[in-house]
Design a binder for this molecule. Structure first.
Ligand code: FES
Length: 548
């Protein structure tokens, strides 16, 4: 929301809270406590105008720099501009569906762990409830930045509804290391409770009785998954970066890194005896989301050599076939999701998602939702970098050729949208981490990217990337376009398959144990690859191993 106010506007007079202002503007703010400062759900991220707001209230002590509880912070000036946004539920353009996956023409049998025998509802063959109503399950992709939830009918396998929202845990930092630090020092489990609060609203809005939901399957990176299960995540943040489940498996205390807990224990509003099942972690930061992607692309039955790249705050990389699988996780940071960029934003209405510099130097842009431009999202940032490079405004090191420190986008907007050399540097480092991951994994596997038969670009960001722009700046290897498949959210797809098929779940449990984890931080060439990857130039796919 953009709050322009002056002394003549009674609705926005000093003393009004941001929550009140949002209500006047018809903007819905998540809440369970009706502005009492208790639920901590009314979070807003303030991007400008913080000085026009009251000092932090005690209830806001846990929040990071730019975050406020909208029911606690009040206007203290009678004129000015405050820019902020809620953790918008259901508005962000997150890929909820997967496209062109081998498992889409379902070859596996519908055999969920939850079944019916007359009016008896069974979980793994044991009665947990009595009901004649339809039985449901949930699949969730729990990302650092975004969360996608899908509701399925377990007797037909049909998708009943889905929802998505920004992960409200962002107040604890934008990357996994910051969340680990926050969670380790916060004994009240605030990250988990805030997420459960948001998830509760989503579940209650689904068009079925929450008590008919008997299982929830979760895919997510190691940190997000373990925070959700209230596990201690301290060890994931320290070298050698292992989840407590991985350490316990090594010590022989458990047979798998997958986790199960009852819904009642985690505070979820579904049937209390419902099982919450976290897919297995592969190793280290290669988490249950990577495992879910493997299931979605049917890697256990794949003869071809396939690569999966799920670009996000933590980019997941998988390379292999049914006999040999390598995986890596790149701590790329939030830049390609619009974080840490002056005028960056998520893929929400108002985000510039496509950019072209025309011959007469004017800009052609596409804005999500046909609304006035507010900022630039990931796919727009990739386009912008590519266009600045193509038109020789920027060199391969990310410096502006004209000596300026910013490029101002000439588009219709309330506040100027610009792109600084500092932004370029953030994106260069995120790209460097991704490219270094690709180079390491192909080197360790012993092939070049020319040898890959299918290159799956997964995730919402991957789905909307312009391939030519991505190749020009070297975000993805320079491989033939016909080998690249933009598949959307493979992670939630994998979670759905595990929810609907016990056999596929078992297949994934077995597969996850045989994946070789490429530890980027320990690789001798990682730093060289990273430095090279920070440059904006195409990555020659045939050189991927030769230079190693
Ligand atoms: S509305 Fe609950 S804390 Fe603000």
């Amino acid at each position: 929301m953009q709050l322009h106010f002056n002394s003549l506007q009674q609705d926005f007079a000093p003393g009004r809270s941001l929550f009140d202002c949002a209500e006047v503007m018809g903007i819905r703010v998540p809440t369970s406590c009706r502005k009492q400062g208790k639920c901590k759900e009314c979070l807003v991220e303030v991007t400008s105008g913080m000085e026009l707001l009251s000092p932090r209230a005690p209830e806001e002590a846990h929040l990071g720099q730019n975050f406020r509880l909208s029911c606690r912070c009040k206007l203290i000036s009678d004129t000015g501009l405050v820019r902020c946004h809620t953790m918008r539920r259901g508005q962000m353009r997150i890929e909820r569906h997967a496209f062109e996956l081998p498992t889409n023409n379902r070859k596996w049998k519908l055999e969920p762990c939850v079944t019916r025998d007359g009016d008896r509802i069974l979980l793994d063959g044991h009665e947990i409830a009595r009901s004649t109503a339809p039985i449901h399950g949930l699949a969730m992709d729990l990302g650092t930045t975004t969360v996608v939830v899908r509701l399925l009918n377990l007797e037909t396998g049909e998708v009943v509804a889905d929802a998505s929202f920004e992960n409200p845990q962002r107040f604890g930092g934008s990357d996994v290391m910051a969340r680990i630090h926050f969670d380790t020092h916060d004994k009240s489990r605030l990250l988990q409770r805030t997420l459960v609060g948001y998830l509760t609203h989503v579940i209650e809005e689904f068009p079925v009785d929450p008590q008919t939901i008997y299982e929830l399957v979760i895919a997510g990176n190691s940190t997000m998954r373990d925070i959700f299960f209230r596990l201690n995540v301290h060890s994931i943040g320290q070298s050698p970066y292992r989840s407590i489940t991985e350490l316990e498996m090594e010590e022989g205390k458990r047979a798998t890194t997958s986790v199960s807990e009852s819904a009642a224990k985690l505070g979820l509003p579904i049937h209390p005896k419902a099982r919450v099942y976290g897919l297995p972690i592969v190793s280290g930061h290669v988490g249950a989301d990577a495992a879910a992607c493997m299931l979605a692309v049917d890697l256990a039955n794949e003869d071809r050599t396939v690569a999966v790249m799920d670009i996000g705050t933590n980019t997941e990389l998988i390379l292999g076939n049914r006999t040999k699988i390598f995986a890596a996780s790149c701590p790329a940071g939030p830049a390609f999701e619009g974080g840490a960029i002056a005028c960056g934003m998520p893929g929400l209405p108002g985000a510039i998602e496509k950019i072209k510099i025309l011959d007469d130097d004017s800009l052609q842009v596409a804005v999500i939702g046909d609304s006035p431009a507010e900022g630039i999202c990931g796919s727009g940032l990739v386009d912008l970098l590519s266009e600045l490079l193509r038109t020789n405004r920027m060199d391969t090191l990310g410096r502006y050729e004209n000596g300026e420190d910013r490029f101002v986008l000439d588009v219709k907007t309330d506040a100027p949208i610009y792109f600084t050399e500092r932004d370029i540097n953030e994106l260069a480092q995120a790209k460097g981490a991704n490219v270094a991951g690709l180079r390491v994994i192909s080197h360790d596997f012993g092939i070049s990217f020319d040898d890959v038969d299918v290159f799956y670009l997964a995730g919402g960001f991957g789905r909307h990337l312009d391939i030519e722009s991505s190749k020009r700046i070297g975000l993805i290897p320079n491989i033939p376009e016909e080998k690249i498949v933009q598949v959307g959210n493979a992670s939630v797809e994998g979670a759905c398959i595990a929810l609907l098929s016990r056999a596929k779940r078992d297949e994934l449990e077995a597969m996850a144990k045989h994946v070789k984890h490429c530890r980027l931080e320990a690789h001798e060439r990682f730093f060289d690859f990273f430095v090279e990857g920070c440059q904006f130039k195409p990555v020659d796919a045939s050189l991927a191993t030769e230079n190693a």
